[in-house]
Design a protein around this ligand. Sequence first.
Ligand code: ADP
Ligand code: MG
Length: 542
Amino acid sequence: THQEEQHQFSAEVERLMDLVVHALYSEREIFLRELIANSADATDRRRFEALTNEACALPATPQIRLTIDKEARLLTISDDGLGMTKDEMIQNLGTIARSGTRAFEKQLKDTKPEDRPNLIGQFGVGFYSAFMVSDKVEVISRRAGTDEAWIWTSEGKGQYSMIQTTRDTAGTDIILHIKSDADEYLESMRLENIIRKWADHIAWPIVIKQDDKETNANTGTAIWRKPRSEITDEQMEEFYRHVTHLFDKPLATLLWHAEGVIEFTALLFLPGMISPFEPVDQERKSKVRLHVRRMFITDEAEMLPAWLRFIQGIVDTEDLPLNVSREMLQNTPVLARIRKALTNRVISELQKLSEDKETYEKFWNLFGAIFKEGLWENGEHTETIAKLSRFYSSTQEGFTTLSDYVSRMKEDQKAIYYLAGDSKEILTSSPQLEGFKAQGIEVLLFTDAVDAFWPDRVGKFNDKPLRSITRAKEDLEKLMGETQHTNSEEEENLLKSLQEILKDKIVEARTTQRLVDSPVILAASENGPDLQMQRLMRRNDK
Ligand code: ADP
Ligand code: MG
């Protein structure tokens, strides 16, 4: 029989455990993410070590196994990873490897409660999160390439014990004695859900065992890590459905293994439909998922700008530590570079796609309105977005581009004219168009809400000013080569009465020669907001 040894945690570890257990209480489920991440790390490390040391070779089908024993209230997480020697257990589980309690405590204080779970990974204290749900934790481990195994046992209060044992194969078991208020973690369904949320794409199979039943809890293979040629169309579509919760086929798929200063893999989809459940308009943020070494980190890292939020998928990088904090997500230059590269790449993919008219117009009908928000943002991509935008026109069938419009402009035409409104039908029959029609001048018909706003921001395309025809009286008069019109006495009287009756509603009443069929038209004042914008502003006031 073996002799049990008693060890003291350092005061620092004790304090730290206390912090982890209490500060993160509301997010207890992440203990599973941390323990599974450790198991996956250990399995990765064993695979790596086996490259140079045959004695460490992995079993044929390495797994991460979760075993539930409801009666004994035990949840065991087992892996075929590298394992730990006795000394390594003392070192890794009994001291703080990376940073002190004080730094952790300070960070904890400075971090919003909802962001705190990310801290524990960052500080290398993930293991202690086991004590959030456990009265007692046992760790049985056997280092690959050795025969000895040890049990490390602790109730998380001041001390732990170590005793030698045996284990058939190399690897580690983390045995959790589940607390009386944590029954949920003895439910296989609950564990499955947590895994799906946090660890679905761990490359190693995660299996849940309860009684005689075995469930595969993760879909497992990170298909984005494979070369495109090794992914079947079927697998790709299934993955698309998995990340988007949509049930059609994507209009376009991008698998990109970016190499260079920073390395990452992106698997992005341009959906073929708008989700009936989670419309992209609901939250104006990109939901592209960020993974670090296959491990899901967050879908709130805004990997793409809001105006590309219709793109869905994942980004996976090796260049960040597992479990980056939210703060870090905002500040790290690594992510800034990935975002930039990603944005550029998506834009160039859309450029490519635009050569396929049919597909591109499908895309445009679905997401054009969102894409044009990028014009309103008026950043570095404005010109490209403008070129990629499609519009209805008063003289063309179907969609046209700004460039095509410019190429059709009349010789003496100085501006790009548009009319914004609610639908193509309404606009086509608008009296505003009459004068322009009569002069054979093409007018773009803007039908999305955002169209009332971006032209003023952007100002010009190809050096041609963008001008709403509701504000273009003088332009039209010039184009018409209008002769000076002197109002008759009758006309003057009519204007006077109109002015009196409508005095609070209009700036002035005047005669015009731009109308052909309609007797009267509402025009915007030359310097005021465009009419559609006024309408939208009124709508928002309500
Ligand atoms: P981190 O994983 O960030 O290093 P943790 O507190 O999660 O911090 O784990 C501490 C250390 O314990 C790990 O770095 C690893 O060396 C060791 N460890 C934890 N779990 C396992 C495991 N399942 N197999 C092998 N080693 C482990
Ligand atoms: Mg860890």
